[in-house]
Write a protein of this length. Structure first.
Length: 437
């Protein structure tokens, strides 16, 4: 049975891709120029070369060998015709990547644009294992409408057979798949297209001797909205809590907030704060109501540990593989983290420093110094990772650490958090690994 790509006429394909309502041909050409220029290599391979769009950016003074790989022989003949001037550099190879990856030669750079969608992550990983390049630069299409992933055009029916081989793409899943075979992300950038689509470029570098020469000896994490999130599941909001207490939230807030720092420092617990606020409002909270509110609060906080991104665990596993020490430093009160030490997360950490247990809080210097002391490292040997709440990033910097803003949860907020100051940013968990070299 033929692959559906063998049945698609190149003229239909390129006419569709070049329409103003699609614009993929133009955007891809610009991306390929950057891909060919980006890295110090002299050999490259374009997987899914199609008609050769972008090969005009192959610089003879730089490249000794460039392979164009495709399953469609007609496409390859057109490539050879269009780029005859690259005859001594360009070599076209007809190959089915799903079944014949063992025939692939080795090169320093692999370019794979709008290809992985049609062979899947596993087949792509096998191809990369065989080629063993230093760099991989790929482009995937992100679709807001998963059913209509081909843009409407007069040529749309030329692509009807592709449903049988098409896979929806996700940048985090691709990053995880590449990490599993020894490649760390170097770059991620998005190019918006018409019709709500986007082309996302992801570049990777083969993991070399990072384990032997790490930049840091320890990575210290914030907890809420960095390792776990309160979004994506039902929250027990203060408004709901006030409804259960039978009090007005606006009247309750000042007294509750008054004890916020004391809760973090372990000077008063959750129940004590409720009783304090109630007494200030002339309300006596009975034991049954107090117990109900406490249980709801603990259940909502515990749910945060059930909604951890899988990529967070991939990141933590990668840190362990590199032999890095890890710690949690969190501003929290006791009821917020009752399940932490029984959670799947806990086993990944050498030290857990909770503000209410140690009587210190971020962004004050002592809590960072306590983390450094427990880990047995110097502050400058630590990478601190947090979403940025409680001024934790400037606090870590003042303590002598390198601070990194984590946005993988805050990007999912109804309102995304802005970048804080000039701190570097990781949009996805595995991007953190790029800062280790």
């Amino acid at each position: 049975m033929k692959n559906p790509w063998e049945e698609i006429d190149l003229e239909d394909y390129e006419n569709h891709m070049g329409l103003d309502s699609v614009r993929q041909l133009q955007v891809m050409n610009s991306i390929m120029r950057s891909q060919f220029e980006a890295y110090p290599v002299c050999s490259a391979m374009v997987l899914g070369v199609a008609g050769g769009n972008g090969l005009e950016h192959v610089w003879r003074e730089k490249y000794q060998t460039v392979y164009g790989v495709d399953i469609n022989e007609d496409y390859l003949r057109k490539v050879e015709e269009r780029y005859a001037d690259l005859g001594d550099v360009l070599h076209c190879v007809r190959l089915d990547l799903v079944h014949e990856a063992d025939r692939l030669p080795q090169v320093q750079l692999v370019i794979a644009n709008l290809l992985i969608e049609y062979i899947g992550y596993e087949a792509f990983r096998e191809a990369i294992r065989k080629i063993s390049p230093e760099y991989v630069s790929c482009v995937i299409q992100i679709n807001t409408d998963e059913k209509n992933w081909v843009s409407d055009s007069p040529y749309i029916h030329a692509f009807d057979g592709l449903d049988a081989v098409h896979h929806q793409m996700n940048s985090a899943e691709l990053t995880s798949a590449m990490h599993a075979i020894g490649y760390d992300m170097l770059l991620q950038e998005s190019n918006d297209l018409p019709n709500g689509k986007a082309l996302v470029r992801l570049d990777f570098k083969k993991r070399g001797n990072m384990k032997e020469s790490p930049r840091f000896k320890a990575v210290i994490f914030d907890l809420f909205e960095t390792l776990i999130t309160e979004w994506g599941h039902e929250k027990y909001t203060k408004r709901k809590m006030c409804a259960d207490l039978g009090v007005d939230k606006d009247c309750f807030d000042p007294f509750w907030n008054e004890k916020g720092e004391d809760r973090y420092l372990g000077k008063i617990d959750f129940e004590g704060s409720l009783l304090y606020a109630g007494s200030k409002m002339g309300l006596e909270i009975d034991a049954e109501t107090l117990d109900l509110v406490l249980k709801k609060r603990m259940a909502a906080k515990a749910a945060s540990f059930d909604h951890i991104l899988p990529e967070v665990f991939d990141m933590l596993n990668a840190l362990r593989e590199r032999g890095l020490k890890t710690a949690i430093v969190s501003n929290c009160s006791s009821e917020e983290v009752q399940v932490l030490r029984e959670s799947e997360l806990y086993r990944f950490f050498d030290e857990v420093i909770l503000s209410y247990e140690v009587g210190m809080k971020k962004p004050d210097l002592p809590i960072y110094e306590e983390a450094v002391r427990r880990l047995g490292v110097k502050a400058e040997e630590c990478l601190f990772v947090g979403d940025g709440g409680s001024d934790e990033l400037p606090g870590a910097k003042n303590a002598g650490m390198t601070a990194l803003q984590a946005k993988w949860y805050t990007n999912r907020f109804p309102q995304k958090r802005e970048t804080i100051g000039d701190f570097p940013v990781a949009e996805e968990p595995l991007e953190l690994l790029n800062y280790l070299v």
